[in-house]
Design a protein around this ligand. Structure first.
Ligand code: PHE
Length: 433
């Protein structure tokens, strides 16, 4: 078995944790969820929630990893033997998330290629739906994306995971800034900014509140053991709280910048911001086709999405990979080969649920919709709920060990025991409706 890895530096840990957080959730999901939930007011609520309620489980997950120095199953087991099955739910969630997340990764690869040859496309909506319903090509791209994420993970913490993040994250930041500048210079760009930053309080409602909470948990990668595993590679860090703030601040900045890149462009071309999941794959390509150097800008945008998706994808694979390596004493390469096979076996029928297997329904949902629903609405919040209860009520973690400030430590304790579990129960109940 490979020796248990540790981060080569604090910077490596922070960049990789940010790489996990900043993903499709920021650039694909955040703008369209915001678009569907009233714009600026959603942003305001989201920022408040992410800095308060979400701070607690994020710090908790990293801390439990650091404390136990074990992968998910081992971490839960070391707290109490009977908790092993709850620990195992984390890597299972990771595998199920990857099966639908990586399909979108495959679509992104297609759009990078298409950026250079989109001249023949007349109707982008039609193009998107006919592409995703094809039986073979999207499957090949999904497999390619799974392979890439698994490949970096198999190379280990230092030579694969850290390296990939150190390359892709700065690239992502550069491309994002470049695209924001272009978007802000489009005619009527200020309409998009107004939509983002001028709140309409009449749009405030409980549905939007829960949408913001769900988005915040998803974007921070809380609830599937990715962060617990990353936390377990920390040997010494007296500034964990600072790291958590850095992760939250960076993730939020990326999400806001993604909004500033997308909404001015959408308004400038008289389009609607609430078109849902198609915003990035239908609305934006339509816009790119109408602006000078559109091909170049389009490829930059999809490369940006690709970087974001790969670094998150790696973190999704790392949780189950560490579990296989440490529980079954096998090498990383072997663990990653097994994971590639399992994820592919779930992802292929899921990819086909847009076409060939469209009729196959679970609770009235296609396989893709079902996996998205099961993981985002139920399993992620449930895993977080379990871990908060275990830390707050069973381990009785005292915030003062982690947080120096007395008042903040007290708030942490209270939040961990009461506020976060209640918020999560509301989220799960609302998600089940
Ligand atoms: N946070 C990632 C994103 O925003 C998604 C993710 C969820 C990654 C859960 C790991 C765990 O896209």
């Amino acid at each position: 078995m490979d020796k248990r890895p540790v981060w080569t530096s604090k910077y490596a840990f922070i960049v990789t944790a940010i790489g996990s957080a900043v993903g499709l959730g920021n650039i694909w999901r955040f703008p369209y969820v915001m678009g569907q939930n009233g714009g600026a007011i959603f942003l305001a609520v989201y920022i408040i929630l992410i800095c308060t309620i979400c701070f607690i489980p994020l710090l908790n997950e990293l801390y439990v990893g650091k404390l136990t120095q074990k992968e998910c199953v081992g971490a839960y087991e070391s707290i109490n033997k009977n908790l092993k099955p709850l620990g195992a739910l984390n890597p299972v969630t990771g595998i199920l998330i990857s099966a639908f997340y990586f399909i979108v990764g495959g679509w992104i690869i297609n759009y990078i290629f298409k950026s250079f040859s989109s001249a023949g496309i007349k109707d982008y909506g039609q193009y998107f739906s006919s592409f995703i319903s094809e039986p073979v090509y999207p499957c090949i791209l999904t497999l390619l994306f799974i392979f890439l994420c698994v490949f970096f993970t198999a190379r280990g913490l230092k030579n694969g995971i850290e390296k990939a993040n150190k390359i892709f994250m700065p690239m992502l930041a550069l491309i994002l800034v470049f695209l924001v500048i272009i978007s802000l210079n489009l005619p009527d760009a200020q309409k998009g900014l107004e939509y983002m930053f001028k709140p309409d309080f009449s749009k405030l409602n409980s549905h939007m509140l829960l949408a913001a909470l769900g988005q915040a948990f998803f974007t921070l990668s809380i609830g599937m053991g990715a962060l617990l595993t990353y936390g377990s590679y920390i040997k010494e860090d007296k500034t964990l709280v600072k790291s958590v703030y850095t992760i939250i601040l960076s993730d939020t900045t990326f999400a806001i910048l993604a909004g500033i890149m997308i909404f001015p462009a959408v308004f400038s071309f008289g389009m609607l911001p609430d078109s849902g999941a198609g915003l990035v794959f239908v609305t934006l390509p339509k816009i790119f086709s109408q602006i000078p150097f559109g091909n170049l800008i389009s490829s930059a945008f999809f490369i940006l999405l690709f970087c974001a998706a790969v670094t998150s994808g790696i973190s999704i694979v790392e949780g189950p990979c560490a579990t296989l390596v440490e529980r079954f004493k096998i090498s990383r390469v072997k663990a990653c080969t097994i994971l590639f096979t399992i994820i592919s076996l779930i992802a292929i029928p899921t990819t086909l649920s847009f076409g060939l297997l469209n009729g196959l329904k679970i609770f009235d949902k296609t396989l893709f919709e079902f996996l998205d629903f099961l993981t985002s609405n139920i399993m992620l919040p449930l895993n977080t709920l379990f871990l908060c209860i275990i830390s707050g009520w069973y381990l009785k973690i005292n915030g003062q060990i982690i947080i120096k400030n007395k008042m903040s430590a007290k708030l942490f304790n209270f939040g961990l025991k009461y506020i976060v579990p209640i918020a999560l129960i509301c989220l799960i109940v609302a998600g089940l409706k």
